[in-house]
Design a protein around this ligand. Structure first.
Ligand code: AMP
Length: 226
C-alpha cells in the first residue's frame, strides 16, 4: 500500500497532526515526515544544525526556511518516499510551500493534498501544555486523557513520558502566534488550487481518523504515487 498523492497535515500545534500522521503512516506503509521530529533529532545528536535550531525552537519561533528545506529535500529524495509520504508540520511558510511544489514537480510526484486541522485556541493551549511524549518511540499522550493507573510510562514500549521543552506554557502562545502569522496563509494557498480539505481536530482521535479516511477515499489517494 502507498499514497498516490503526498499528504500535508496543516494546523497549529496541538491540533492532532502528529497523532494522526503516526497511525496513518503505519496504515499506508509510507514515511511520516515530521520536520519537528527531524529537528529534535539534530538537537539531541548535537549537530551544527541542531545547535543552530535549538534556541529558535525553544523560543517557539520558526527555524529559517533554508535549514528546513535542506532537511526535507534530502529526505524526500530517499527511496522509501517513492510510494508516497505524509508531511507533518511542513510546509509552514509560503516560501516552503513554493519550494515544496518545485521539489514534487522535479521528482514527478502528483500534487499534494493538504488537510487543515481546525481546533479552538483554548483547546490547543490545554492540549499542548498537557502533551507528553514517549522518550523511546515518540508515541504522543496527554495528561488529561491518560488512563487511570498509568504511571507515566508508554503503553507501547514502557518508555518514560516527557514534556517537550517547547510545550511549556510560556512558549505555547508564541508558537500559536507563529502559526497565525506565518502558516495560516498556506490554508488559502492550498484552497485556491483546490487541494485543501478541513477536519474538526477537536473530535476524538478515532473520529478524526475516520473523517480523514473518508477524505482520502473521496480524493482516491490510496495506491502508488506516479
Ligand atoms: P513541531 O514538532 O512540528 O511542533 O515543531 C517544533 C518546532 O520545530 C517548531 O516550533 C519550529 O521551531 C520548528 N519547526 C518544525 N517544522 C518547521 C518548519 N516547517 N519550518 C520552520 N520551523 C519548523
Amino acid at each position: 500500500m502507498g499514497l498516490k498523492r503526498p499528504l500535508i497535515f496543516l494546523g497549529p500545534p496541538g491540533a492532532g497532526k502528529g497523532t494522526q500522521a503516526r497511525r496513518l503512516s503505519e496504515m499506508y506503509h509510507v514515511p511520516h515526515l515530521s520536520t519537528g521530529d527531524m529537528l529534535r533529532d539534530h538537537v539531541s545528536r548535537g549537530t551544527d544544525l541542531g545547535r543552530k535550531a535549538k534556541p529558535i525552537m525553544d523560543r517557539g519561533e520558526l527555524v529559517p526556511d533554508e535549514i528546513v528545506l535542506g532537511i526535507v529535500g534530502e529526505r524526500i529524495g530517499r527511496p522509501d518516499c517513492a510510494h508516497g509520504f505524509l508531511l507533518d508540520g511542513f510546509p509552514r511558510t509560503m516560501p516552503q510551500a513554493q519550494k515544496l511544489d518545485e521539489i514534487l514537480e522535479k521528482r514527478r510526484f502528483r500534487k499534494p493534498l493538504a488537510v487543515n486541522f481546525l481546533v479552538d485556541h483554548d483547546v490547543l493551549v490545554r492540549r499542548v501544555a498537557g502533551r507528553r511524549v514517549c522518550s523511546v518511540g515518540g508515541e504522543i499522550y496527554n495528561v488529561h486523557e491518560l488512563p487511570p493507573g498509568q504511571d507515566g510510562k508508554c503503553l507501547l514500549d514502557g518508555g518514560a513520558l516527557i514534556q517537550r521543552s517547547d510545550d511549556r506554557a510560556e512558549v505555547v502562545l508564541d508558537r500559536l502566534a507563529a502559526f497565525e502569522r506565518q502558516t495560516r496563509p498556506l490554508i488559502e494557498y492550498y484552497r485556491s488550487t483546490g487541494d485543501l480539505e478541513e477536519v474538526d481536530g477537536s473530535a476524538s482521535v478515532e473520529d478524526v481518523r475516520k473523517k480523514l479516511l473518508e477524505i482520502f477515499a473521496e480524493h482516491s489517494v490510496d495506491g502508488h504515487c506516479a
